[in-house]
Write a protein that binds this ligand. Structure first.
Ligand code: RNT
Ligand code: ZN
Length: 417
C-alpha cells in the first residue's frame, strides 16, 4: 500500500464526481512557472556593494545564520530549494547580483557580468527575470533616483535601467524564454510635498528615455512597479499606482502588482482582471504584508487563494508572470523559498481543482446559495492528496519530509558559513 497513491485515487474519484479532472489539473500546474526571487537568499544585499546597507524603504529583519555571501553559495542554496519545489521555474535576479571580480558601478553593468548566471540557468533548465537595483547605493541617498531633480543623479539611474533592459534581452535570447525586466524605484518624500507633479514628469521623462531603444519583445518584457508608501516615503511616492498603470497602458508594457504595495484593506486579487483588460501582460510580486509592506513569507491565506483563483478561472495566468517578493531573515532562508513557492503552487492547484464552469453558471442564474455552498464545501475537498501526488510525480518529497532535508542542509552547509 502506498499512502500517497491510495489517497490520490480516492481524491481523484471525489473530484471526478464534481466534473473535475485531477490529472489535467496537475498537468496544467506543471506548466506554470513561478519566478523565484533570488534576494530571499541573502537579505537583498547582492554582491556588488556588500558593505552598503539596505535602503529604499524596505527592510529584511532578523539574523538567522547561513545567509549566502557569494554567487556560488546563493546558487547552491537555490539548487537546494529547487530540489524541494516541484516543476520548472525561473529565477529573478537584481542587478546587484552581478557575478564579477571587476569593480563596476551600476551604470557599467553588462551581460558579461551575468554570464555565470546564464550558464547556471541553462544547466538547471531555468528561466531568468531581471531588475535594475535603484536603491542601496550612494546615488539613491537623497531618496530620489529616476525622478531626481539632479540631472547627474537622474542620468546615472537612466543609464543603469537602460543597461538592465539589455541584460534582460540577453537572458531571454540565451535561455529561449522571455525575461521580465521590472523597474521599481523608491522615490518619494517623507513629508507632504509642495510639488507632486514635477517628480512625476521627471519619472515619465526617465522612463521614456529608458524605453526608447526597441528590444526584441520575444526576449524582454518591460514592467513597472508601483507603491503607495515606503519607510521614509510615507507622504508621497512618485511611482504611484495611477502613475504606473497609466504609463504601462499608454506605452504597451506590463504593469507590476505587488501585494504589499497598497492600503492594508486593498487587495491585488481584485485588480488583476481590471489591469489585464487594458494591458497585454501583468507581473505579480506575490508577497505578504503584515500591517505594512513587511514582505513576510507567502502563506496559504485567503488573499493568496483569491489571487490564484483570479489567475485560473479565466485563464489569466497565461498573460501573468507570477513573481514572488518576500525577504525574511529570521528563519532558514532556503525553507522560506520552499514554503513560499509551494504555497503559491498549492493555491494554484486548489483553483485548478475547482468546478469553475458550474460555479459561474450558479452566479449567472442568481443562485448565490449554491455559489457560496460550493466555495465553502471545496475547502474540505482532498486537494492535499493531489498535491502530495504531484510532488512525488515530480520527485519532490511530500508532506513534512522536505523539512528534514532542509535541516540536513543546514547542518552540512549553512552552519559552516
Ligand atoms: C519594494 C519592491 C521591490 C523590491 C525588490 C527587491 O517595495 O517591492 O520589488 O522588494 O525589487
Ligand atoms: Zn515588489
Amino acid at each position: 500500500m502506498n499512502r500517497v497513491t491510495d489517497a490520490y485515487s480516492i481524491a481523484k474519484e471525489r473530484y471526478a464526481a464534481l466534473g473535475v479532472d485531477t490529472d489535467k489539473a496537475m498537468e496544467r500546474l506543471g506548466q506554470i512557472k513561478i519566478s523565484i526571487h533570488c534576494w530571499q537568499g541573502d537579505d537583498v544585499i547582492g554582491f556588488l556593494f556588500k558593505d552598503q546597507e539596505l535602503t529604499g524603504g524596505i527592510q529584511a529583519t532578523g539574523n538567522y545564520p547561513g545567509a549566502a555571501h557569494t554567487p556560488a553559495q546563493l546558487r547552491q542554496d537555490l539548487e537546494e530549494a529547487l530540489r524541494l519545489i516541484p516543476g520548472k521555474h525561473k529565477i529573478n535576479l537584481h542587478s546587484t547580483y552581478a557575478d564579477t571580480d571587476e569593480k563596476i558601478d551600476l551604470d557599467q553593468i553588462e551581460p558579461k557580468h551575468f554570464a555565470s548566471w546564464v550558464d547556471w540557468a541553462k544547466k538547471n533548465g531555468l528561466g531568468l527575470d531581471f531588475n535594475p537595483t535603484c536603491f542601496s547605493h550612494p546615488k539613491s541617498e537623497s531618496g530620489f533616483t529616476l525622478s531626481s531633480a539632479d540631472e547627474s543623479i537622474r542620468g546615472f539611474w537612466v543609464e543603469h535601467c537602460k543597461r538592465a533592459r539589455k541584460i534582460g534581452e540577453y537572458f531571454g535570447k540565451e535561455l529561449g524564454q522571455k525575461c521580465v525586466t521590472n523597474i521599481w524605484v523608491p522615490d518619494g518624500y517623507k513629508d507632504i510635498p509642495v510639488d507632486r507633479l514635477a517628480p512625476r514628469m521627471r519619472l515619465k521623462k526617465s522612463l521614456d528615455e529608458i524605453l526608447s531603444e526597441k528590444l526584441d519583445p520575444a526576449c524582454n518584457l518591460d514592467a513597472v512597479e508601483s507603491k503607495v508608501f515606503g519607510i521614509g516615503s510615507e507622504s508621497y511616492v512618485t511611482g504611484s499606482h495611477e502613475f504606473y498603470l497609466a504609463y504601462a497602458v499608454a506605452n504597451h508594457i506590463a504593469y507590476t502588482l505587488d501585494a504589499g504595495h497598497f492600503h492594508p484593506t486593498e487587495y491585488i486579487s481584485n485588480k488583476i482582471s481590471s489591469v489585464l483588460m487594458f494591458t497585454d501582460e501583468l507581473l505579480l510580486h506575490v508577497s505578504r504584508p503584515v500591517r505594512w509592506d513587511s514582505d513576510h513569507v507567502v502563506i496559504l491565506d485567503d488573499e493568496l487563494q483569491e489571487i490564484a483563483n483570479e489567475l485560473i478561472r479565466n485563464d489569466l495566468y497565461q498573460r501573468t508572470h507570477i513573481g514572488l517578493d518576500f525577504f525574511d531573515a529570521s528563519i532558514n532562508r532556503v525553507a522560506a523559498w520552499v514554503i513560499g513557492v509551494q504555497n503559491m503552487q498549492k493555491a494554484l492547484l486548489r483553483a485548478l481543482l475547482e468546478p469553475t464552469a458550474a460555479m459561474k453558471q450558479f452566479e449567472l442564474d442568481g443562485d448565490y446559495t449554491s455559489r457560496l455552498a460550493y466555495m465553502e464545501q471545496l475547502k474540505a475537498m482532498p486537494w492535499q492528496a493531489v498535491w502530495d501526488y504531484f510532488c512525488e510525480k515530480n520527485n519532490v518529497p511530500s508532506g513534512f519530509a522536505w523539512l528534514d532535508e532542509i535541516r540536513n542542509y543546514e547542518k552540512e552547509v549553512l552552519s559552516q558559513r
